[in-house]
Design a protein around this ligand. Structure first.
Ligand SMILES: *[C@@H]1O[C@H](CO)[C@@H](O)[C@H](O)[C@H]1NC(C)=O
Ligand SMILES: *[C@@H]1O[C@H](CO)[C@@H](O)[C@H](O)[C@H]1NC(C)=O
Ligand SMILES: *[C@@H]1O[C@H](CO)[C@@H](O)[C@H](O)[C@H]1NC(C)=O
Length: 372
């Protein structure tokens, strides 16, 4: 049975506590009122003997704020080893980019890449997967100062916590890391198929990609140039034609992608792009097309923003990827974050301590550069 306090002072004190609670709710960011729904798109049925399964489908989460004031939705595609959770909230529980974009009136779509997370991976149909280990995640993303593999790594200060095993924020982040298809070509084919279907359904959109998904941005912008009104590429996978820093393996035979894009004049094979070593200040071999360079005629219709943090391994080479796109006629603005006074970020910038400050730079670019 609930006991009411007989002492009037306690009643007043109780009311006072209610007021304090109400104020603290307002002060604590609770996010933006919205409706969440999800759907799947792009799957195919596969019959093996008498067994039918579905593969290739893309999990899509749609977040619609109570007040949609922006004409175009934003579609987030996460990178390797990650899922759409990247954009929901940070691993230490702060608001993520999805909430921030909704608070500015954007409808938000977030996917789990095909064959990843809530998108099915079918044994016998889909290719081999692997999962990043703690060393890879700590040394490249969260504790780069301690491992200090590339020159800018020592500048990393924005990851919340010590970025290593045993720290609750790291442990929560590491638990979110998922197996990915080993083959970048296979994942690119799957994302082109399902992503094009998605754009036909929900487009036009502003596409925001991170890391591995950078190549899907170029592929989808090429496949559906009228459905992609702008691309924001956070540290897109690169550099052109050959990996750098961790390996020097050949990669991305079409420059910034594993699978063909539409070039003008047309190419019959990757070798038509004739990569040549480019003169740079950087301590690695960076390639461009031999001149005259072929143009990316579809992608040239889509404005692009590339963002690079100050201390990521991408700080070493993103300028080479940007150069490749610009040489091919794509309208790219490159913003190294330190050039706009944002210091100390790494590759997972949208999860870091100043994540919403970086989101505001993206929002500002969208406002000024995208014609609706
Ligand atoms: C499918 O075929 C296998 C092998 O012939 C058989 O054992 C199984 O019962 C069949 N399943 C169905 C649902 O028909
Ligand atoms: C990071 O913090 C955790 C939790 O305090 C601790 O167990 C771990 O030893 C720390 N790791 C490093 C490399 O400092
Ligand atoms: C390249 O490497 C040399 C020697 O390690 C170093 O002194 C120089 O600062 C590096 N240059 C860049 C642009 O990182």
């Amino acid at each position: 049975m609930v006991q009411f306090p007989s002492n009037p002072f306690l009643i007043i004190a109780g009311l006072f506590i209610d007021v304090i609670v109400a104020v603290s709710v307002v002060d604590t960011p609770i996010g933006t009122l919205h409706r969440r729904s999800y759907f799947y798109i792009g799957g195919v049925l596969n019959q093996l003997g008498n067994v039918t399964t579905e593969s290739g489908q893309l999990y899509v989460e749609r977040l619609t704020p109570a007040r949609v004031t922006q004409p175009l939705p934003i579609l987030f595609i996460h990178g390797r080893g990650m899922t759409g959770t990247n954009f929901l909230n940070t691993p230490d529980g702060r608001l993520g980019w999805a909430d921030h974009f909704m608070s500015r009136g954007f409808q938000v779509y977030i996917v789990d890449q095909t064959e990843r997370g809530r998108s099915s991976w079918i044994n016998g149909i889909d290719g081999v997967q692997d999962a990043p280990d703690t060393f890879t995640i700590e040394s490249r993303f969260t504790a780069t100062q301690r491992f200090n593999i590339w020159p800018q790594a020592s500048l990393h200060t924005q990851w919340p916590g010590n970025g290593s095993v045993g720290d609750p924020t790291f442990d929560n982040f590491f638990a979110s890391v998922m197996p990915s298809l080993v083959s970048e070509a296979e994942s690119s084919e799957r994302m082109r198929a399902a992503g094009s279907r998605l754009l036909d359904e929900i487009g036009p959109v502003i596409l925001l990609t991170h890391s591995q998904a950078g190549q899907y941005g170029w592929i989808l912008g090429d496949a559906r140039p009228s459905q992609v009104k702008a691309i924001v590429a956070l540290e897109p996978i690169g550099p052109p034609f050959q990996n750098a820093i961790f390996t020097t393996d050949p990669a991305r035979p079409f420059g910034v992608t594993e699978i063909p894009l539409t070039f003008s004049p047309p190419i019959s094979s990757a070798s038509d792009l004739r990569p040549v070593v480019m003169e740079t200040e950087a301590n690695f071999t960076c390639f461009e097309q031999a001149r005259p360079a072929r143009k990316l005629s579809n992608l040239a219709k889509v404005p692009v923003l590339v963002i690079t943090s100050q201390s990521s391994y991408h700080a070493v080479y993103d300028e080479c990827s940007v150069h490749f796109l610009q040489q091919a006629g794509v309208h790219v603005q490159h913003v190294p974050l330190e050039s706009v006074g944002i210091m100390g970020n790494g590759h997972m910038m949208f999860l870091e301590k100043n994540n919403l400050q970086i989101a505001d730079k993206v929002l500002n670019w969208i406002q000024h550069s995208v014609s609706f």
